[in-house]
Design a protein around this ligand. Structure first.
Ligand code: AMP
Ligand code: GLY
Length: 428
């Protein structure tokens, strides 16, 4: 029997911990810091945050005191800050997530562009620019009838990518990004097509695909309107990328990248997330992330039939090759309930009601993100508040219906903002 530690506070971490708690191997799931929904059953919160380096010594003490057998890192920031390297150096080896160097696949867009370029993996034609003049020249060279895309080189919390229509707009956007995030900018040809995400579990030498394409909805409002967000909902399996497409990108993208990292002496261990655009020429990589997607994790964990503890434990023990991941039949659909104003400024501290009724419905799981318990009352505490997830073994239409039916029971003062078209494009 084992205690596990989940680092992070979002819907992704709740879904990971919820799935880990279902394992017969797991006694307790400790979340640091967790949220208002993660303290129940086997779950317990401790007020430590891996995003804050000052909390790392206390997390290491917690791992020792609680005999934590497995730590899972949810978000990218502590990975890019070198948490895994530090924990390894302090004797903690059972931690799932990449080293700081390997995390550059997400934290450094030049790094990921160059590795794909070296391997000849399809991606947008791009230029690594470090001055305003270089950016301007690249904008004029790579602009097409669809426009052009600019990406800040480093982590920018989803705000570092600007899609532009004209060269004038792009030059202005380049100056804005350079002022805000530094001079290094990746200027990319603008691709066109639907997007999908593929996830894999890597042990440093090889990677196993989660054979299930997931589709996120990044824009805040229906019909992909409004500002970009962390994700307003996700569903899977997305029919746009059937199993043969997943197998193809697994063999031609994920596997060569993991092998190249290993060959360079920088093995990648953890969840690898590849975002694709399905262009007329086939799938092209938009980006890599070095962790699970949020909210993609919520439908993915709902659909995963395998014991997640065994999967991660065996991966850390070097036995990934012998493992087979299995999934429940059917589909899952997660709809995010967000605070009004998200992704801008929001009001916190509003009382949430109706979760018991919603969660009791067949095939429904309500994952928490921006919630907190205050004196036994559940309150809002962030932009994305809940991920209401419907599952059905009969398929996506019923999974979607279950999520939206459940939402009807949930209320907050001033109402939540949510999209009413999550998964709609995958349905007739
Ligand atoms: P990224 O963080 O790199 O995935 O970019 C965020 C979003 O910007 C993606 O989900 C796409 O919607 C869009 N995007 C990124 N790169 C491109 C591209 N080369 N062409 C068109 N859209 C893009
Ligand atoms: N849902 C997008 C992400 O996790 O980056």
């Amino acid at each position: 029997m084992a205690n596990v530690l989940v680092l992070g506070s979002g819907g992704r971490e709740h879904a990971l911990g919820w799935k880990l708690a279902q394992s017969d191997h797991v006694t307790e799931v400790i979340y640091a810091p967790g949220n208002g929904g993660t303290e129940h059953g086997k779950g317990r919160n401790v007020p430590l945050n891996a995003n804050n380096k000052d909390d790392w010594p206390a997390l290491l003490r917690l791992i020792e005191e609680e005999s934590i057998a497995l730590t899972v890192v949810g978000p990218e920031a502590p990975l890019s800050a070198g948490l895994v390297d530090h924990f390894h150096s302090q004797g903690v080896q059972r931690i799932f997530g990449p080293s700081q160097f390997a995390a550059q696949l997400e934290s450094d867009k030049f790094f990921s562009y160059r590795i794909l370029d070296k391997l000849g993996i399809p991606q947008a034609q791009s230029a690594c620019c470090s001055t305003a003049d270089e950016a301007k020249a690249a904008i004029h060279e790579l602009l097409n009838e669809r426009g052009i895309v600019l990406k800040a080189r480093g982590l920018a919390g989803g705000k570092g990518v600007i899609v532009c229509k004209t060269a004038a707009e792009a030059e202005e956007a380049a100056a804005t990004l350079q002022a805000q995030y530094g001079d290094d900018l990746l200027v990319c040809e603008r691709l066109e097509g639907p997007e999908f995400s593929v996830f894999g579990i890597a042990d440093g030498k090889s990677i196993k695909a989660i054979e299930l394409a997931l589709q996120d909805h990044k824009r805040r409002d229906n019909n992909d309107q409004g500002p970009n967000t962390g994700g307003m909902g996700a569903y899977g399996p997305a029919p746009i990328a059937p199993p043969e497409v997943i197998q193809q990108v697994h063999a031609s993208v994920m596997t060569p990248v993991i092998e190249e990292m290993n060959a360079q002496g920088n093995p990648f261990q953890g969840f690898l997330y590849a975002g694709f655009m399905y262009t007329e020429e086939g799938p092209k990589v938009l980006e890599f992330n070095v962790r699970f997607g949020d909210p993609e994790c919520q439908p993915a964990m709902t659909l995963l039939a395998s014991d997640l503890y065994e999967v991660l434990d065996q991966t850390l023990s070097g036995n990934l090759g012998q493992m087979k991941l299995s999934f429940h039949p059917g589909a899952a659909c997660c709809v995010v309930l967000a605070s009004n104003g998200y992704p801008g400024p929001i009001t916190k501290g509003l009382t949430i009601q109706g979760l018991e009724k919603a969660g009791a419905l067949e095939g429904v799981e309500v994952f928490h993100a921006g919630t907190v318990q205050q004196d036994g009352v559940l309150k809002t505490s962030g932009g994305r508040v809940l991920g209401v997830t419907g599952y059905s073994d009969s398929g996506l239409a019923e999974a979607q219906q279950r999520a939206y039916d459940a939402i009807q029971h949930i209320s907050v003062e001033g109402n939540f903002h949510y999209r009413t078209d999550i998964a709609a494009r995958a349905l007739p």
